[in-house]
Design a protein around this ligand. Structure first.
Ligand SMILES: CC(C)(COP(=O)(O)OP(=O)(O)OC[C@H]1O[C@@H](n2cnc3c(N)ncnc32)[C@H](O)[C@@H]1OP(=O)(O)O)[C@@H](O)C(=O)NCCC(=O)NCCS
Length: 209
């Protein structure tokens, strides 16, 4: 069977990583979609042509959003133009057979997802992320490299967990919350709040990633 052909939204340095994740997963990356800077459309990045997100794709074409923020907004833009979802799971990731992985999720190398966890649509799990068992990762959330989210955690929509940060078991992290790199979260985090440090404490008032 020929490899599935996909496109990746994003043309910056992180796109280079996502291209490699996709190729390692046996996908054929045909091009990139530039969702932010129209001046880049028509050019080339990482050896691939750059397309306008508004150009209607051929029927059934899929795209993965590789950019590190505003993932859901960009996903909606692509969906409006007719792009389907491409899900990328690096072959070195260990995903429990009882875990559910949503549409358009990107999972990097050496990620582990535990039993009966749920990774919401368009979430991004960077290199070496650990997700415990019975944990829910909200739609469009970003877990940066080395983040460790324990079992029974509920992470809201579009939350961000910084590099190497840990979230202890059973906690709730609200929509749009930001956990700074290296933080150790031992209490629930309210929606939109940024926490940092060990143990993690709220840094400012409202924060939106
Ligand atoms: C939390 C974060 C978003 C803050 O960025 P910022 O708003 O630009 O913050 P600043 O750098 O202006 O720092 C503001 C204050 O917070 C402190 N701070 C910043 N990041 C911190 C962290 N991770 N832990 C503890 N304190 C931190 C700074 O030292 C500074 O303190 P000061 O005011 O006493 O000097 C960022 O540091 C972070 O952790 N991002 C996650 C990055 C990540 O995982 N990237 C992955 C790329 S692959």
């Amino acid at each position: 069977m020929p490899p599935t052909v996909i496109h990746i939204a994003g043309t910056g340095s992180f796109a280079a990583e996502v291209i490699e994740f996709a190729r390692a997963a046996g996908l054929d990356v045909a091009g990139l979609i530039e969702p932010i800077d129209p001046l880049r459309v028509g050019g080339e990045a990482h050896g691939l042509p750059i397309l306008d997100p508004g150009v209607p794709p051929r029927p059934g074409a899929a795209a993965a959003v590789g950019v590190g923020h505003e993932r859901l907004r960009i996903r909606r833009l692509l969906a409006d133009a007719g792009w389907g979802d491409a899900t990328i799971v690096h072959p070195s990731a260990v995903v429990s057979p009882s875990a559910v992985i949503g549409a358009g999720v990107v999972i990097g190398p050496l990620v582990v997802v535990g039993a009966q966890s749920h990774v919401g649509d368009h979430a991004l799990l960077g290199r070496g992320v650990l997700v415990g068992h019975h944990t829910t990762i909200g739609e469009g959330s970003t877990l940066n490299p080395g983040a460790n989210v324990a079992g029974g955690v509920t992470l809201g929509t579009e939350a961000t967990v910084g590099m190497g940060a840990s979230v202890a078991q059973g906690l709730a992290v609200g929509d749009g919350a930001l956990i700074a790199a290296g933080a150790v979260v031992v209490r629930d985090v309210q929606a939109g709040v940024r926490v940092q440090g060990v143990p993690a404490r709220a840094f400012a008032t409202e924060h939106r990633t």
